[in-house]
Design a protein around this ligand. Structure first.
Ligand code: SAH
Length: 277
């Protein structure tokens, strides 16, 4: 068998697309990761799909340089958190995606970082699949790896960080402006060799730190609070579990911020220009 591989593959791919057959809808919804902010950290594939999009539904943390890649006639719909208001309910975003797929061929759902790391990408895929809409996912650089690169500190290290956990710093189970306090297995998280990265951790920062120290983690475990990573005004506040909350209030920590906890942070270069105390 030579020469005919690509047409074989096309036939197999087409056969695997029940969406077209079931509904006659030829739209594809791309869940695209926009990365942490710096447009240079967008993948080439993400940039190409954004350039071709008929409609883009985008979140709050997406910068204008990335949106400007779109065609002039591309419809851009903001579905993020409006200043001082609540986010769009997920059910509303799902319906908007479906409506866009009914009107257009190439729909982009553009999300900060990676669409599958605390991005609700899973909920959107499930909904679209249930409605027989074709989907594709384009990964993005998530905030944790961007912050690790900024600090020039690995999140895993064979001596200081044998494994890595990405955690949510809030829980949507409880209401309130910033959600409730997350239920985690704090005694497991207290293990010294773990690197912990909390997304959306800034509103419950004090309680996250005290839950860890209460479960036996050393108060002197290093903590980095990385604000606006890869964006103008990026800063790193290097502290420890005991002092993190007061240091963050004193420094009036800016949003978005990532909370990194673990002994790998012992490798931070004290001359790092982004560091502040
Ligand atoms: N899907 C995204 C995360 C969405 S949750 C990703 O993969 O990165 C939003 C949280 O991500 C923010 O509250 C913050 O904790 C973190 N975050 C996103 N972008 C960031 C940035 N540029 N700097 C610091 N933290 C960031």
């Amino acid at each position: 068998m030579t020469g005919n591989h690509s047409s074989d593959r096309t036939t197999a791919a087409q056969a695997a697309l029940p969406a077209d057959q079931a509904t006659g809808n030829s739209a594809t919804v791309y869940l695209v990761g926009a990365g942490p902010g710096d447009p240079d950290l967008l993948t080439r594939k993400a940039a190409r799909i954004i350039e071709q999009a008929d409609v883009i539904l985008y979140d709050s943390l997406i910068g204008s340089e990335i949106l400007d890649l779109a065609r002039a006639d591309c419809e851009k719909i903001f579905v993020g958190k409006r200043k001082g208001k609540h986010s769009f309910p997920q059910s509303e975003i799902n319906q908007m995606l479906l409506a866009s797929a009914g009107k257009h061929k190439l729909v982009v759902r553009l999300k900060g970082g990676d669409p599958f790391i605390f991005g609700r990408g899973g909920e959107e895929i499930e909904y679209l699949r249930a409605h027989n809409i074709k989907t594709e996912v384009i990964p993005g650089i998530t905030a944790a790896t961007a912050a690790s690169a900024l600090l020039q500190v690995p999140l895993t290290h064979r001596l200081y960080g044998k494994s890595l956990m990405l955690l949510s710093g809030y829980s949507k189970e409880e209401s309130g402006d910033h959600g409730g306090f997350p239920e985690h297995d704090w005694s497991y998280l207290a293990h010294a060799e773990l690197t912990l990265v909390f997304y959306m951790g800034q509103h419950h920062l004090g309680r996250i730190c005290s839950s860890l120290t209460g479960a036996g983690k050393s108060e002197t475990t290093p903590v980095a609070l990385v604000s606006n990573c890869t964006l103008p005004g990026q800063t790193v506040l290097l502290t420890n579990l005991r002092d993190a909350d007061s240091a963050a209030s004193k420094a009036a920590l800016q949003f978005p911020a990532l909370l990194i906890i673990g002994n790998v942070l012992g490798l931070v270069n004290p001359a790092d220009p982004w560091l502040r105390s």
